[in-house]
Design a protein around this ligand. Structure first.
Ligand SMILES: *[C@@H]1O[C@H](CO)[C@@H](O)[C@H](O)[C@H]1NC(C)=O
Length: 675
């Protein structure tokens, strides 16, 4: 760290201060601690105030840990108490890769020496990626004492967390570390007698570079103090017993998905049938005019207005015939006329068309097959009469479609592009979605023969593949992945090469999460953004992103959605969470399912805690008075039958009792049917 200072960020978690920053006392006090005790090693460049919200806290932390320029230290103040609103530990804990209980003990011990109420705080400390995170209490005094207690120790930890090699740092042993930090060991006499290679059990996290001497390794923490393992090789006894994720509201989960979804990428593609469902990334200008030639809009006779400027009625010879078919047409001379059909090109030289109703046949050719002479009854024929001019529909160079407009299944947009001979357009690349099921008990849905005990036919994968394709996205079947160690990682790695979004289903109930979480976080270097959502069905819905570098060196972010294993939950959460992400990536707007208001027929029981997405059939009322919804019945999340005929999800709020009749919001999933 020679010369460069360590970067620190301060996050104040307080509803009051977030509404009125002038009420905050902590930022100046904490900055002062850095100035007074920081030994000129710190640069406190960032400070921010957020309300008591898991989403806000996590956003701040991720911004300063996961981005291009991570800070070395984040300290938060506030939200560590026992009140219901206090969520800082719940926000920070899931983000920590490696916990630092020693720092927690240190902070608590120092405050405890001042007041026993120090124990009423729930601090968290640890490392995310290369950043050390500490949560301090909300009171300026408490925050100051806690920071003062540990600040001098932090540079060493931060430098190690940032990835510096530990060996050079340790030359001189713990004595030098203490001297550098300006602190002294409480057992300095025994420490001194041991010389530079310290032999007592001071844990610096180093694993090499100290020529022996650690006789009996002794940990500083008791097993019950340690965070739960996320090691994929850990057995079932080390598994999480309850979900380690905070519960997010559906809106917050959707916000996170929107933030983490990569912006659309632009692609030039030929205009062909595969375009349907795409959104234009650039205006389209007509390269040709429509019509491309002067055409007659009636059946009749093309005439040339004489140089005198006035056309006279009379008998004219039929010199030419022009049909609506491609080919050369001879030039029309003054005093001649040409028979012409609707849509056919005017012969060169012709100025107007006289409709057949204004003419009389005078004579035929000798064989009786063709007209020879025609009498024109009209006298006041104007130039341009009954002629569709070049470019009167679309002029070459006109913008015919705008960036952001879609090529829909209705067909009209494709027709427009085709009409002017557009060869190539720029569109947003539609994400490719891979779907896999997990679990040794899952068998392909079409495996013949009766089920053995415990076997379950794979319902979710085919259902999800159908739904993805139905929404116009390419879906790749990644098959069923066994629970054997390594199988999931291998499948995900292979899939990342070809797909943009991966949906797994079946692997997010408690226990199985132990396989998915470490595979994403440890093996693939990804981030789990949420693992629980306050909704019914679909509570264990999990969303993660994985950084990906192709063999050609291109970088991309790929999303993984782990949907609940219950079939109805999987289909609901696909529509609610995955579809908006696909829309965003494809530049489709508005994203997600259309939201409408419907009149509920019958009643639906509310869930006390969780808002429910209730499968229903929505129909348009015959009298044109809007939409009516009726439940598809039992909504148990394993009951895929509740989807039969369902074309909507009713948004039923949490509460006591039932929603009876009245108007509720609904998300339309499929085509509405007419009663
Ligand atoms: C289309 O035409 C407009 C206006 O003439 C021009 O500004 C734009 O650059 C053109 N766009 C393309 C894609 O050629």
């Amino acid at each position: 760290m020679s010369g460069t200072r360590l970067k620190a960020a301060i996050l104040i978690v307080s509803q009051t201060a977030s509404e009125d920053p002038s009420t905050d006392k902590c930022i100046p006090i904490l900055k002062e601690v850095f100035t007074n005790l920081g030994n000129d090693q710190w640069d406190v460049a960032i400070s921010e105030i957020v309300p008591d919200s898991i989403l806000h806290i996590q956003n701040f932390i991720r911004t300063h840990t996961d981005g291009e320029t991570p800070v070395n230290l984040i300290i938060t103040s506030g939200g560590t108490g026992f009140a219901v609103k206090d969520v800082t530990p719940e926000a920070v804990t899931p983000l920590i890769d490696r916990h630092a209980p020693g720092l927690v003990h240190g902070m608590l011990a120092s405050s405890y020496s001042v007041t026993p109420f120090a124990l009423m705080s729930r601090p968290v400390a640890g490392v995310r990626k290369s950043t050390l995170i500490l949560t301090l209490p909300g009171s300026p005094k408490g925050a100051k004492e806690n920071l003062e207690a540990v600040l001098k120790l932090l540079p060493h930890a931060c430098v190690q967390a940032a990835g510096a090699e530990s060996r050079p740092l340790h030359v001189g042993g713990v004595k030098k570390l203490e001297a550098d930090a300006g602190v002294s060991s409480t057992s300095s006499s025994s420490g001194a007698s041991r010389g530079p290679h310290h032999h007592h059990h001071h844990d610096h996290g180093h694993s090499h570079g100290h020529g022996g001497g650690h006789a009996i390794p002794r940990a500083h923490t008791k097993p019950e103090d340690r965070p739960q393992s996320n090691d994929p090789n850990a057995g079932p006894t080390r598994r999480y017993r309850s979900s380690p994720y905070p519960m997010l509201a559906v809106e917050d989960a959707l916000k996170l998905i929107a933030e983490q979804t990569p912006s659309p990428t632009v692609q030039k593609v030929p205009v062909d049938m595969s375009l349907t469902g795409s959104v234009l990334a650039e205006d389209v200008n007509a390269t040709e005019s429509v019509p491309a030639f002067r055409a007659s809009i009636v059946d009749g006779y093309a005439v040339k207005i004489p140089s005198t400027g006035k056309f006279r009625k009379g008998v004219y010879p039929v010199a030419l015939v022009s049909h609506a078919q491609a080919g050369d047409v001879q030039e029309l001379k003054e005093g001649e006329i040409a028979r012409i059909t609707t849509g056919a090109p005017l012969p060169p030289g012709a100025d107007a068309v006289v409709m057949v109703e204004d003419t009389v046949l005078r004579s035929q050719t000798d064989d009786g097959k063709e007209e020879k002479e025609i009498e024109i009854l009209a006298d006041d024929v104007q130039a341009g009469e009954n002629v569709r001019e070049v470019g009167s529909d679309v002029k070459a160079g006109d913008t015919i479609m705008r960036k952001g407009e879609g090529i829909t299944v209705v067909g009209g947009e494709f027709g427009l592009l085709a009409s002017v001979g557009t060869a190539e357009v720029s569109i947003y690349k539609r994400p490719v979605v891979g779907v896999l099921s997990t679990g040794d008990e899952i068998i392909p849905h079409d495996r013949p023969g009766p089920l053995k005990l415990g076997e379950v036919r794979d319902t979710n994968r085919p259902a999800l593949l159908t739904s993805i394709r139905g929404h116009g996205f390419e879906a790749i079947d990644l098959g069923i992945v066994s629970d054997k160690p390594g199988a999931l990682e291998q499948t995900l790695r292979t899939a990342l090469r070809t797909v943009d979004v991966i949906i797994t289903s079946g692997g997010v109930s408690m226990g199985e999460l132990d396989l998915l979480k470490p595979t994403i976080e440890r093996s693939l270097g990804g981030t789990i953004h949420f693992g629980r959502v306050n909704m019914k069905p679909g509570k264990p819905t999990t969303f993660a992103t994985i950084p990906y570098k192709s063999s050609a060196g291109a970088r991309a972010t790929k999303a993984i959605f782990s949907l609940p294993g219950n079939p109805a939950s999987a289909v609901v959460t696909f529509h609610l969470f995955v579809l908006p992400a696909l829309h965003l990536q494809a530049g489709i707007s508005p994203v997600g399912l259309p939201r409408v208001r419907v009149k509920l027929e019958g009643s639906v029981r509310m869930d006390r805690q969780r808002p429910e997405y209730h499968r229903a059939v929505v129909v348009a009322r015959g009298d044109g008075e809007g939409l009516v919804a009726s439940s598809t019945g039992g909504q148990r999340s394993s009951r895929i039958g509740s989807f039969k005929g369902a074309n909507a999800l009713l948004c039923i709020p949490a509460g006591e009792g039932s929603v009876e009749g009245g108007v509720v919001e609904a998300l339309l999933m499929g085509r509405s049917r007419l009663r």
